[in-house]
Write a protein that binds this ligand. Structure first.
Ligand code: XMP
Length: 319
């Protein structure tokens, strides 16, 4: 097993497959796919070990990027994974109604995820194991000796009464190592190069109450930023980019009239393991162009700012 030395992806894959086979025997395993690299690589490893005894569940919590659920689901099916797509946005918005505190929000999303996931997993006959894409920084940050910084919801959030035992083949790896393993498993470059995306999704980038209307505004602004990064060849040079919808409104002028609308913040950081992160110095001309596009194309936004704070002291996500 991986012991902290330079990872040999092929060897890691072989050893993981053998270990998963030994661990789960002939049992059925369920796994929550998120669209991210970690859960996808976990799914591919378990799929290699036990094939269709792995049942993947991909939940649309309504907090994914624009069109992401449909695109990623099609991609998973194309990879030959045994995957069930579940649309559950209404349940998440209902659970988060009225909540503005970031940790309570994260907990409401985490709990609803478990409820939705459990409802689906119970339908899977004889499921005994739960595979998770937990990686080392998730564990390190959730149980830091200075107290919990954020309750990342794939750590410690699983109630024991679900009755599953855990399979976590990536739990001693860093993100860059997960990508190396993904590449060795044949995951395509577009998928592998996707920026990390938090489990609670846009929920932790929509400050204040989560409503379908506010998430829609955020999805639209996010799509403009991400498309522009790809168009200008900047996306692959950045570790993680995000748009954050702020809980304030500002005065502006739109179509010659006074507007009093939302403000979004753009964030782009480089990092190795998410434990620290530095701000990407995007060209000012690029930022001004993106701001113009967002304000012109996204109803309800009249101001765009750029976050220039490294981690620490700020975290990558605003909540
Ligand atoms: P922070 O904001 O703590 O983020 O600097 C570090 C990395 O973790 C991601 N992140 C999360 N991932 N559940 C997740 O699965 C969460 O609740 C969560 N919060 C933050 C974040 O996107 C960044 O890559």
């Amino acid at each position: 097993m991986y012991n902290g030395e330079k990872l040999n992806p092929k060897q890691f894959i072989e050893e993981s497959i053998a270990q998963i086979k030994e661990q789960v025997g002939g049992d059925t395993v369920v796994l929550g796919l998120s669209g991210g690299v970690d859960s996808t690589v976990t799914a591919l490893l378990v799929d290699k070990a036990i094939g269709h005894k792995l049942v993947c569940i991909f939940v649309d919590h309504g907090l994914l990027r624009k069109n992401e659920f449909e695109e990623v689901l099609a991609h998973y099916e194309g990879m030959g994974l045994n995957v069930i797509g579940v649309r559950a946005a209404d349940r998440f918005f209902a659970a988060c109604k009225g909540i503005t505190d970031p940790e309570l929000k994260r907990k409401a999303i985490g709990k609803t995820f478990i409820d939705v996931f459990a409802d689906e997993a119970r339908k899977v006959k004889d499921a005994k194991w739960l595979a998770q894409g937990t990686i080392w920084p998730d564990i390190a940050e959730s149980f830091s000796d200075k107290g919990t910084i954020k309750s990342h919801h794939n750590v410690g959030g699983l109630p024991e009464d679900l009755g599953f035992e855990l399979v976590e083949p990536l739990k001693y790896l860093y993100k860059f190592e997960v990508r190396e393993v993904g590449a060795a498993l044949g995951l395509n470059a577009h998928f592998l190069g996707r920026h990390p995306f938090p489990g609670p999704g846009l929920g932790v980038r929509c400050l204040g109450e989560l409503t379908p209307e506010r998430i829609h505004i955020l999805q639209e602004a996010d799509a403009v930023f991400i498309d522009a990064l790809r168009r200008e060849g900047l996306y692959d040079k950045i570790w993680q980019a995000a748009v954050v919808l702020l809980p304030v409104r500002s005065t502006g002028i739109k179509d010659g009239r006074r507007s009093f609308d939302n403000v979004v913040a753009l964030r782009a950081v480089n990092s190795v393991d998410a434990v620290t992160a530095e701000v990407v110095t995007l060209p000012v001309e690029f930022l001004i162009k993106v701001a113009q596009e967002i304000v012109a194309q996204v109803d309800g936004v009249n101001r765009v700012v750029y976050d220039v704070t490294p981690k620490p002291p700020a975290t990558i996500e605003w909540e």
